[in-house]
Design a protein around this ligand. Structure first.
Ligand code: PEP
Length: 249
């Protein structure tokens, strides 16, 4: 059985004080047995967040990092720095980073491999653009991105990766995929993991759906056989909404 995982992606929202206030509001509520709850915050809020979640089951994630441990990389943050803070997860290859910050399949792979050196669980994002979907290329795009991201991992590492299937046209637009369509693509991604690492790894790997998930539709996605959780942007920013997302999982 795969443990469902709800991850909030706060993007470039919330100061340290706002992050602390958020945790105070969701403590004991966004904590449901059998569901993992992870908040991925901007770097500057991470120390406060790690402190605030102490004694809760909520975990903290970053939204990016550099694969090198240290060096002349102005403005970057490394895995060892996140580990030092007590961060447990890191989003890799979010479509906003691919679109605006030159993230490529190659850098996604470097970061995915590096995450394991620092005990960080990678949440690797894959997903098609609207024109790719309209051209019937959804599965092909997801296969290429998934294969590239997981290249060079051991089966044991691959089993720990969380993959987030996020159709780009559904992110922040209010338009979500249907639960059935998302389940079909996620089932296909799982088949690609099986082809690369074997069935037991594919059965262990958790694959989330992301793209305009909210309290009103989270249960529908979660009722699908292959969907193991959600990566949620906008609807993760408000405490009551976040609580309902975790409860809905
Ligand atoms: C995201 O940022 O990964 C995301 C899915 O955003 P939203 O839920 O706002 O569509």
């Amino acid at each position: 059985m795969r443990t469902p995982i709800i991850a909030g992606n706060w993007k470039m929202f919330k100061t340290a004080a706002e992050a602390t206030a958020f945790v105070e509001a969701v403590k004991g509520k966004a904590e449901v047995g059998g569901v993992e709850s992870v908040i991925c915050a901007p770097f500057t809020a991470l120390p406060a967040l790690v402190e605030a979640v102490k004694g809760t089951t909520i975990r903290v994630g970053a939204q990016n990092f550099h694969w090198e441990e240290s060096g002349a990389f102005t403005g970057e943050i490394s895995g060892v720095m996140l580990q030092d803070l007590g961060v447990k997860y890191v989003i890799i290859g979010h479509s906003e980073r691919r679109a605006y910050f030159a993230e490529t399949d190659e850098t996604v792979n470097k970061k995915t491999k590096a995450a394991f050196q620092y005990d960080l669980i990678p949440i690797v994002c894959v997903g098609e653009k609207l024109e790719e979907r309209e051209a019937g290329r959804t599965k092909e795009v997801c296969k290429v991105q998934t294969d590239a991201a997981l290249e060079g991992l051991t089966a044991e590492q691959a089993a720990k990766v969380v993959i987030a299937y996020e159709p780009i046209w559904a992110i922040g637009t209010g338009k979500s995929s249907t639960a059935e369509d998302a389940n079909e693509v996620i089932g296909y991604i799982r088949e690609q993991v099986a082809a690369k690492f074997g069935d037991s790894t594919a059965q262990a790997v958790r694959i989330q759906y992301g793209g305009s998930v909210k309290p009103a539709n989270v249960k529908e996605f979660m009722s699908q056989s292959d969907i193991d959780g959600a990566l949620v942007g906008g609807a993760s920013l408000e405490p009551n909404s976040y609580i309902q997302l975790v409860e809905g999982a």
